[in-house]
Design a protein around this ligand. Structure first.
Ligand code: ATP
Length: 410
């Protein structure tokens, strides 16, 4: 039996993974959890509270009515129903997951999907579902059941006791840095480049910390190394599509770039990168057909912006990133394929070393001081600060779905 749940949280609290963890505990005597999934969906949509996560549990049980009752009771008790933006949805499914659910998951990764579409599919396949308020949560709930987790990572999440929600988290930063030293890169995104701890969120949600890694065993071991000066009320280990690049779609032309999708696109830098107020960096990228798109590296991407600023028109790059409604591509990763190493310049005078000026159309070049002539431009070497390699935004600015470069398969 599969249970999908989404949209139970709001800016002011709760977290769908917490609800999933409570559910697992409450169902312990009637169901065995075969798999608990934490599924990230399209990172570009505006409905999301934070990271667009949904949860699905795959259960072995002979007590289906009891499970259903417990799930709905838990959602009604824990979901933040007062928040206008919270719109929970629950989906129940039995047996093999149909192909139509799989393709629905992929649509939810790349597009914006209407609640009606989820509902139509659920009815067509004969699934059971419950909507609260607008019921937008059935979109994520259904996608989480349909998610293909061929590439997978794991997250260990420790939760706080309710009386501490909203207060400062008491986790020893030094213990996190040590855990990172001992387990990275089998666990990842624990600390930022400057040593700042990333495993503790800054929101008033029930999560104390979350550790991501390549196996269940390693995230469990890493969690043991973290010293918390407050009780861990509960924990859960989820299998996830985080850090798998599942959101990225390769396109070959700017014309194929759809708003709200995440793409990989090869092209040539068409303008000098420009820094605007706030420290954001922008440049234009041109495809083989001459069509252009604006690419952006925002201030939170920190040092990554230096790489982007060092690009020159003519450089061949592959850009990776999310596309907004205005079809601007927000960079998550940049692959420098070929750097411009030479540029044509007016020749230097052989005699006095000055840069020559044009002597008129088709007349070549002439030194203004000594009159020396030259025929054409010369090729000069351009010193570059970047290399032909892949660059990625720092861990603190990384999308949940983006695969850190240290992991195989990028
Ligand atoms: P958290 O990460 O803390 O769980 P969140 O960012 O996941 O919060 P939600 O509260 O789950 O935010 O809100 C996301 C909402 O958007 C859900 O209702 C979900 O069903 C819906 N949704 C997810 N993906 C899509 C999509 N591709 N198209 C339309 N709606 C979507």
């Amino acid at each position: 039996m599969h249970v999908g749940v989404d949209d139970t949280d709001s800016e002011s609290g709760m977290c769908t993974t917490y609800l999933g963890a409570v559910l697992m505990r409450r169902l312990a005597d009637v169901a065995e959890v075969a798999e608990a999934r934490l599924v990230r969906l399209n990172p570009n949509i505006r409905y999301k509270t934070r990271g667009n996560a949904a949860v699905a549990l795959s259960l072995r049980t002979g007590r289906e009515e009891r499970v259903k009752k417990e799930v709905l009771r838990t959602v009604e008790e824990l979901a933040d129903m007062h928040s206008p933006a919270t719109s929970p949805g629950v989906v129940f499914w039995w047996g093999e997951v149909p192909e139509s659910f799989r393709s629905f998951y992929w649509r939810c990764m790349h597009e914006v999907v209407e609640v009606e579409e989820a509902e139509r599919l659920l009815r067509q396949e004969g699934a059971e579902y419950v909507k609260y308020k607008l019921g937008r949560g059935i979109v994520g709930a259904l996608a989480a059941i349909g998610a293909e987790l061929e590439a997978r990572t794991y997250e260990y999440i420790a939760y706080r006791s309710p009386e501490r929600w909203g207060t400062e988290r008491k986790v020893c930063a030094e213990s996190v840095r040590r855990m990172n030293l001992l387990t990275y890169p089998l666990t990842f995104n624990n600390v930022d480049e400057d040593g700042r701890v990333l495993i503790t969120p800054h929101t008033p949600c029930p999560v104390l910390f979350g550790i991501r890694g390549v196996s269940e065993q390693v995230v469990r071991e890493a969690a043991e190394m973290v010293v918390a000066h407050e009780p861990v009320a509960m924990h859960a280990v989820y299998v996830s599509n985080q850090a798998t690049d599942a959101h990225l779609q390769e396109v070959s032309r700017v014309a194929e770039v759809k708003p709200m999708s995440s793409v990989v696109l090869r092209g040539r830098v068409a303008s000098r990168p420009e820094v605007i107020e706030g420290g954001h960096v922008f440049f234009r990228l041109r495809d083989d057909e001459g069509e252009e798109i604006t690419c952006a590296a925002f201030e939170p991407t920190k040092r990554f912006r230096r790489v982007v600023r060092a690009l020159l028109p003519g450089d061949v790059v592959r850009v990776y990133g999310g596309v907004n409604e205005r079809r601007q591509l927000n960079l998550e990763r940049l692959e420098v394929l070929r750097l411009v190493r030479h540029r044509a310049a007016n020749p230097k005078c052989q005699r006095c070393g000055r840069r020559m000026k044009s002597a008129g159309r088709g007349q070549g070049y002439r030194c203004r001081r000594c009159g020396t002539k030259a025929k054409g431009k010369t090729l000069e070497r351009v010193e570059r600060e970047i290399e032909e390699r892949v660059y990625q935004v720092p861990p603190g600015a990384m999308r949940h779905l983006a695969r850190p470069l240290v992991l195989p398969g990028v």
